[in-house]
Design a protein around this ligand. Structure first.
Ligand code: FES
Length: 195
């Protein structure tokens, strides 16, 4: 599916192909919001992306729950498999709860050659995060601290290669980073918490 395409419109009634009646909303407020997001986006270019973005943004932990994706699929008549393809293709979408602060480390070629792996390892150790077995040594990972304070994740390239190595901290781009500077940034966030 091309995510830029507009939706065909919400399913109407209980006709053939309408699966929305099979969904039993556990949270009427969340689902009402999704209905509104679908209604706002229907017929617009990039409708599905807009809906997913709105739903994720509304979640306090900035992620898309499985039941929400199923509900969107049912209401838009877009196969769930296609919605998953979109969610997993775009780095901005999350399928797991995110921390209060996000540290995003670039693992593109320019940043790699300038030490981004060391940055990643140092901040992971500083936050006491263990790599899950499947992620050991992987360039692509997402890890969140048990207290929900921090998420560290990797991206392929920020498009800011001249500033390598690049880290994005809560949507703030930090160029020419080193381990000490990154540790200071993280400590600063921890201090803010106690003030
Ligand atoms: S490789 Fe890191 S910003 Fe491009």
């Amino acid at each position: 599916m091309n995510p830029e395409s507009s939706l065909r419109g919400p399913s109407a009634g209980a006709g053939a192909g309408d699966t929305s009646s099979a969904v039993n909303p556990p949270d009427s407020v969340r689902y009402a919001f999704i209905n509104e997001a679908i209604a706002r986006s229907t017929g617009r270019p990039g409708a599905l992306l807009g809906i997913l973005e709105a739903v994720q943004e509304r979640n306090p932990r900035k992620y898309l729950c499985a039941d929400e994706l199923s509900y969107i699929a049912a209401k838009t008549n877009i196969p769930l498999s296609q919605i998953f393809s979109v969610v997993t293709f775009y780095a901005l979408f999350n399928l797991e709860p995110q921390g209060d602060h996000t540290i995003c480390i670039c693992r593109g070629t320019a940043c790699h050659t300038r030490g981004s792996r060391t940055l990643l390892e140092s901040v992971r150790l500083e936050l006491g995060l263990e790599e899950t077995p499947g992620q050991a040594g992987a360039d692509k990972l997402t890890l969140t601290t048990a207290d929900g304070r921090f998420t560290i994740r990797t991206v392929a390239c920020f498009g800011q290669c001249a500033l390598a190595p690049v880290v994005e901290l809560d949507h703030r781009i930090l160029g020419h980073m080193n381990e000490r500077a990154l540790a200071r940034e993280v400590e600063g966030l921890e201090q803010e918490r106690h003030e």
